[in-house]
Structure formats: structure tokens, C-alpha cells
Design a protein around this ligand. Structure first.
Ligand SMILES: [Cu+2]
Length: 135
């Protein structure tokens, strides 16, 4: 009799513990879903993949919209390169087999040159491209 009573208490305690773990999970998910319905950009930030190799970037021209956040995903196809865009305050190292993410929200329209700032060989000085920010 006493044992049955104890088991009943234990199962109630466990049910409460389970509810406490599951409810925040569910409500967190609901909040995230309703946020993405109200503001699609909160859930979806545009990603632009850029590859680097001796002695060029692909793509060489990147078009962005003023005030719209993007993530640049940089990777190298051969060796260590740099990615420096002084006009937008961006600098990163790019390695083969690794993705370097740079988050950026351009605030001013214009053309911003970027280049490799890690010496990579005879064509290093010409390794560059443009980020074009449009209104
Ligand atoms: Cu270089």
C-alpha cells in the first residue's frame, strides 16, 4: 500500500518535471515561428558565397542593398588568402576547407573595392573585386 502511494507521487513529480522541460521548448519554437511570420528577414539573412584562389575572387562583383544585412561566406580553393574591404570595415582570413562568415549591413551606397591582404604569390597585387551597394 505504501509502495503504491510512493510510486504515484513519483509519477506525478516526473510528469511535472517533464512539463517544465517541454513547455519552454514549445513556447520558444512558437515565438520563433511567429517572429518569422511577422518579419521574414529575421529568419532569413541572405548568404553570399565567395571563393578565393590564386589570384582571383569569384564572384568578382557583389551587389548588395543598402541597409540589408548579408552574410558573406568566404572560402579558399587553394591556400590562405585575405579579404579586406576597407570602405566597409571588413577584414577576414580565408582558408581552404573552411568557411569564414562575415556579417555585414552596408549603410551607404557606393562601390567598395576589396582585395587580398595576405601575400599569396606573383599575382597577389591584382587579386581584388568590388562590392557595389545600391540604394
Ligand atoms: Cu594574396
Amino acid at each position: 500500500m505504501k509502495k503504491v502511494h510512493l510510486l504515484r507521487i513519483l509519477s506525478v513529480v516526473m510528469a511535472i518535471a517533464l512539463a517544465y522541460t517541454l513547455i519552454p521548448l514549445f513556447s520558444g519554437r512558437l515565438a520563433a515561428e511567429s517572429e518569422s511570420l511577422q518579419n521574414p528577414q529575421a529568419a532569413q539573412v541572405n548568404t553570399i558565397k565567395i571563393t578565393a584562389k590564386k589570384f582571383e575572387y569569384s564572384p568578382r562583383k557583389i551587389r548588395l542593398k543598402k541597409g540589408v544585412e548579408v552574410v558573406l561566406e568566404l572560402t579558399s580553393l587553394d591556400r590562405h588568402h585575405g579579404f579586406k574591404c576597407p570602405g566597409l570595415g571588413v577584414r577576414a582570413d580565408i582558408y581552404p576547407g573552411k568557411v569564414t562568415s562575415v556579417r555585414l549591413t552596408p549603410q551607404k551606397a557606393g562601390t567598395y573595392e576589396f582585395h587580398c591582404d595576405s601575400y599569396c604569390g606573383s599575382g597577389h597585387e591584382e587579386m581584388s573585386g568590388d562590392i557595389i551597394v545600391e540604394d
